[in-house]
Design a protein around this ligand. Structure first.
Ligand code: ADP
Ligand code: ADP
Length: 226
């Protein structure tokens, strides 16, 4: 029973049902991509797992434990949501270091860990760079490094590659695929509207339409438009 499980989860905004009886399972270490058009409920699903939405019905479980009543910061999940989550007044190292300090990692090990994580996301040597001076892709890498620094039990990624130019996206896709398939890599849920992204990164894909899961399968088994 290790990993994430959503059982008949329903989320409403007022009288609008945004997620409707969603059943999903992500075994430990696996990557699930949630695919679907804009407005189908992908971000809401991610926010629900994070603990940022209240459920109208159903339950979210992690490693066999019901998460209802477990607040966001107690879930131990790392989130890489779109734009604006870095500390603009700190440099790159400071942003990653923050997560390490939250874990109580000592100063000396923090330095080594910052270096290791920046290396991992392809930003070796960027420690002193101001966050404001980074490109969108670099900022997303820093956000990812910071999320990993927290050693999350699960990674929640909201369109991690959107808004990047083609070359950067291709490179980050390779990096992410390596990260997510590593031994002991965290369980991950990734939201995207890009089929290629899902193909490259996910073990399984769930197709969402108007708040309902239409299909869940391995990427290669999904029907693809010619
Ligand atoms: P996606 O991420 O797939 O684009 P969202 O989860 O952001 O979809 O949104 C799903 C639906 O919920 C949309 O119809 C959107 O308009 C609606 N919605 C999202 N956030 C709110 C909110 N805070 N209040 C009311 N409706 C919302
Ligand atoms: P703060 O200034 O936020 O209070 P500290 O005094 O604990 O933080 O120092 C953290 C600072 O150390 C970061 O802002 C960063 O500039 C620097 N730093 C941490 N790790 C490294 C590293 N590996 N390489 C270079 N600089 C680092």
């Amino acid at each position: 029973d290790d990993g994430l499980r959503m059982n008949a989860v329903t989320v409403r905004y007022g009288s609008t049902t945004v997620l409707s009886e969603v059943d999903l399972e992500v075994p430990r270490g696996e990557v699930l991509a949630v695919l679907g058009p804009s407005g189908c409920g992908k971000s809401t699903l991610l926010r629900t797992v994070a603990g940022l939405e209240s459920l109208a019905a159903g339950e979210v479980r992690f490693d066999g434990r019901d998460l209802s009543g477990v607040p966001v910061h107690r879930r131990g999940f790392g989130m890489v949501f779109q734009d604006g989550q870095l500390f603009g007044h700190r440099d790159v190292a400071g942003n990653v270091e923050f997560a390490l300090r939250m874990r109580g990692v000592g100063r000396k090990r923090r330095r080594a860990e910052v270096d290791r994580l920046l290396d991992l996301v392809g930003l070796a040597g960027y420690q002193r760079r101001r966050v404001r001076q980074l490109s969108g892709g670099q900022a997303q890498r820093v956000a990812l490094a910071r999320a990993l620094a927290a050693e999350p039990r699960m990674l929640l990624l909201d369109e991690p590659l959107s808004g990047l130019d083609r070359a950067l996206r291709d490179r980050l896709t390779v990096d992410l695929a390596r990260l997510l398939s590593a031994e002991d890599s965290p369980t991950a849920v990734m939201v995207t509207h890009d089929l290629d992204e899902a193909f490259a990164l996910a073990d399984r894909v769930a197709v969402l339409h108007e708040g309902r899961v239409l299909q869940t399968d391995e990427p290669r088994r999904l029907w693809r438009a010619p």
